[in-house]
Design a protein around this ligand. Structure first.
Ligand code: SF4
Ligand code: SF4
Length: 119
């Protein structure tokens, strides 16, 4: 199973078009632990949600279950080494995550991680 963070997608580019080092996500995970409101379901069908192991889905089936602000599917230590336990079934908001975008920078700053070597 591929458990990489969605932002590790090959060729992921910032809105400015600059490629962001994939390694940054593997040693980050800040956006997965910033707010329990972030990994919510938006465009997912019932079938999409059912493919996510129930232990990772919140009681209202409105998003990922979180422990505090941290998504329950986040594995590892923020700012050190992280992966996603449900990479293949991750929510759309996670797929849309863009390393180096505003949300990324806010989350990284919250955890005291450099906002980006290229920005
Ligand atoms: S906050 Fe940015 S760098 Fe960190 S895991 Fe999320 S997208 Fe990647
Ligand atoms: S589902 Fe995966 S990518 Fe999305 S917030 Fe949780 S750990 Fe991060």
């Amino acid at each position: 199973m591929n458990r990489e963070h969605p932002a590790n997608l090959a060729g992921a580019a910032t809105p400015s078009g600059r490629e962001h080092p994939r390694e940054d996500c593997r040693t980050c995970g800040a956006c997965c632990a910033f707010s329990r409101d972030w990994p919510r379901f938006t465009l997912e069908t019932d079938a999409d949600i059912e493919r996510i192991p129930a232990a990772f889905v919140n009681e209202a089936s409105s998003g990922m279950r979180c422990n505090g602000d941290r998504c329950s599917a986040l594995i590892g230590d923020v700012g050190i080494s992280t992966t996603c336990a449900v990479y293949g079934q991750r929510p759309e908001v996670c797929r849309a995550c863009e390393p180096g975008d505003d949300a990324c920078r806010i989350a990284r700053q919250h955890f005291g991680i450099d906002a980006g070597r290229d920005g």
